[in-house]
Design a protein around this ligand. Structure first.
Ligand SMILES: [Zn+2]
Length: 138
């Protein structure tokens, strides 16, 4: 007994003991941390920008502006000129289609990132409608 205390909990100053797990990539890391905190902290924002660059920035803007909308069938991200349907890690945009390496989990278009962020901080704007029915009117 040396009075040594074991403490692995996070305290209220926001310090979290982090365990580096092999095989967990940088993108999984902020997702896990964001899910745990349930809000965007400056550290998590910095991490997202660090890992995803310009895409991360656009994703954060979309979340803060309430441009992530949850329909009964799909989650939709409102872009500057179009709306994009995000399903899991897939998206209907050209960026996802042409530019991204699907095998690299840190490469996701900003719409998918926006949905990932919005879901974890409770910022998905719920619409009790079916996007497949309303999309032709928007
Ligand atoms: Zn996209």
């Amino acid at each position: 007994m040396g009075g040594a205390q074991k403490s692995s909990r996070s305290d209220r100053t926001g310090f979290v003991c982090r365990v580096v797990t092999p095989g967990v990539n940088a993108a999984d890391e902020w997702r896990a941390e964001l899910a745990e905190r349930g809000e965007l902290t400056p550290e998590i924002v910095a991490r997202i920008l660090d890992v995803h660059g310009e895409r991360g920035k656009r994703a954060l803007e979309a979340v803060s502006e309430g441009r992530v909308k949850g329909y009964n069938d799909f989650t939709v991200v409102v872009g500057y000129s179009e709306e994009y349907v995000v399903e899991g890690e897939g998206c209907t945009c050209k960026d996802a289609e042409y530019n991204l390496d699907g095998d690299d989990p840190t490469q996701r278009c900003w719409h998918v990132l926006a949905v990932d962020i919005a879901e974890r901080v409770g910022e998905v704007e719920a619409h009790d409608m079916w996007y497949s029915e309303v999309r032709e009117f928007v």
